[in-house]
Write a protein that binds this ligand. Sequence first.
Ligand code: SF4
Length: 414
Amino acid sequence: MNNSSALVPKYMLDFKCIGTECEDSCCIGWKVQIDKTTYTNLTNVPQKALRESFRTGIEKVDTPSRTNEQFARMKMDGTTGCCSMLDEQKLCTIQATLGERYLAPICATYPRNIFWVNNEQEISAVMSCPEAARLALLNPEKMEFTHTEAMLQKNAQSKGKVITDQPNPTFMNFFWDIRIFAIEIIQNRNYSFPHRLIIMGLFCEQLQRLINQKLESESDIKGLIENFKEMINNNAELQDYGTFPQDHEFQFITLNNIISKNLGNIGSNARFASCVQDYLDGLEEHKAATEKKDLIDFYQDGYSSYYKPFMDEHEYIFENYAVNFIYSHLFPKSESRDIFKVYIILVSHYVLLKLLLIGMSIKHKGLTTDIVLKLIQSFTKTSEHTNVYVKNIIEFLTEKQYSSMGHLSLLIKN
Ligand code: SF4
């Protein structure tokens, strides 16, 4: 493909910002960084009234660390969290009066993630946009990819570039083999979603061992993939979900501690705050339950009675979430050559979302796609703003030396 086309998941072809219909505008509740060019363009427009509104609505970064990329920021309303450029209908006045080319790169690009892989652009969407999340996650079919026009305008913000054809071959020379195989594992519907996630982890664990030993030749990497393909089809131990350890107490206490410890970090994200409140309300029902049970058993009962029946019918939601993660994080790319850590980040998202959904399902006596979507979207928005949840899980696992598949299985499996 040439560099004027982009590889995209097919849901991107249907994506269109729904503006005032959006249940959680991207212009509310986070920082909007402005680069120097955008700042200069906006604060010098010929229209006096507009110029004045930009000069008061945008503040220059006033620290020695100011860069051309992070030169200024939009002022946000202290109470509502709304960007100062929104009008009464919650529409962007820059876009309405001057057009897209005056938007800051982040505003012109969101909710798209743009990368370059060799000479081809890749675009996907972040799940903090409700409309993109709806299109990406609620499609029961396996996520597929296609080509469309690349985003080449000046203010389209690319997050980076990957060159897979290295002169001194590393595992990145087999970027596509590894990436496609990871997606194949996650989309293998012969296994339950958590089982697939564990299989992907076992693959990443062994791949990491090869990388650590600098065994990154074609035969090493492709040999490992072939070996795993064979095991997925024929290895009775791998095929038996009962092989993998579980410990509900360890799971609940570890994850609940992370949620409890970060109640003060939710910020102005009212949608995530209400999901966390639903989770807490669900667990609180334990106190009023007529049948006296341990809280851990109450949690596991919630999983079996409310979470599992819904998820058995809607496993494609987490499957699509994981495929979008693999694609949009350029898996197996890792600056530190630690691809197992990238896998742990995916697991951290899944296990925290699962924990919260179990509590929420107890409160609502079941789940709906609206509830699940609201949590995934608002959790993603909070994580993009403050990454404490994932950071806490990684710190916990590293501190206890629990970063092996044996321990991760305890968090994944119910
Ligand atoms: S979050 Fe998505 S749908 Fe909502 S206003 Fe932003 S781009 Fe549009």
